[in-house]
Design a protein around this ligand. Structure first.
Ligand SMILES: [Zn+2]
Length: 175
C-alpha cells in the first residue's frame, strides 16, 4: 500500500474574497492494492482530494508518499482501493489444424468420444500451442507449463478432492 502524507490548509479570507491561506494540520490517505506504479496511486489521491475536499475554503495537498505496510492511524482521512486489473487473457489462433477427441452427449447421460478438427491456439506471451482456446488463455495462470492435469467429476472426502477422472493435457510445442 501507499501512504500519502497530506497538509491541510484553510483560507481565512474566503468570505471576503481576500485570500488568507494558513497551513493547518497534517493528515494521511491510504491507497491499497497498489500496482508497481506509485504515480497511478497518486493520480487517484489527487482526484479523491479534488472531489471530496478541495475548495476555496479548505484544501489538502500531498507533501510526501511512501510504500508502507500499515497506516500510522494518524488522522487517516480516506482509504482508496486501487481497481483490480483484469487478468490479461490473450491468445492467438493459428492456421495449424489438429485432430483431437472431445466427449459428446445427446441426452446428458451417455457420453461418447468424437474426433474433431480444431485450430491450435497459442499463448500470446510464451507461444505454447494448445488445442483448446481456454487452455491458451489460462497458460499464464499455470505458469506456462507444457502439460497440466485436468480433473473431472469425483467427490470431496475429508476436505480432499478425489477426482473420478484426470487427464493430462499436453501442449503441442511452441509456435
Ligand atoms: Zn504461456
Amino acid at each position: 500500500m501507499l501512504r500519502v502524507n497530506l497538509q491541510a490548509m484553510e483560507n481565512y479570507g474566503a468570505d471576503t474574497g481576500d485570500n488568507y491561506w494558513k497551513m493547518k494540520f497534517g493528515a494521511e490517505i491510504i491507497v491499497k492494492g497498489t500496482d508497481d506504479r506509485p504515480a497511478n496511486a497518486m493520480a487517484l489521491v489527487v482526484n479523491h482530494l479534488a472531489e471530496n475536499y478541495n475548495g476555496d475554503m479548505f484544501r489538502y495537498y500531498p507533501i510526501s508518499w511512501e510504500i508502507a505496510l500499515e497506516e500510522t492511524g494518524n488522522n487517516v482521512i480516506g482509504v482508496i482501493e486501487m481497481p483490480v486489473k483484469e487478468a490479461v487473457k490473450q491468445s492467438v489462433t493459428t492456421d495449424t489444424k489438429v485432430t483431437t477427441t472431445m466427449m459428446e452427449t445427446s441426452n446428458g447421460e451417455t457420453w461418447h468420444s468424437k474426433d474433431i478438427e480444431v485450430s491450435l491456439t497459442a499463448c500470446s506471451s510464451c507461444g505454447l500451442l494448445w488445442d483448446r482456446k481456454w487452455q491458451a488463455e489460462s497458460c499464464e495462470e499455470r505458469g506456462h507449463v507444457e502439460s497440466f492435469p485436468q480433473h473431472y467429476g469425483g467427490y470431496v472426502e475429508n476436505d480432499v478432492y478425489k477426482p473420478s477422472k484426470t487427464y493430462i493435457r499436453k501442449s503441442y510445442g511452441r509456435a
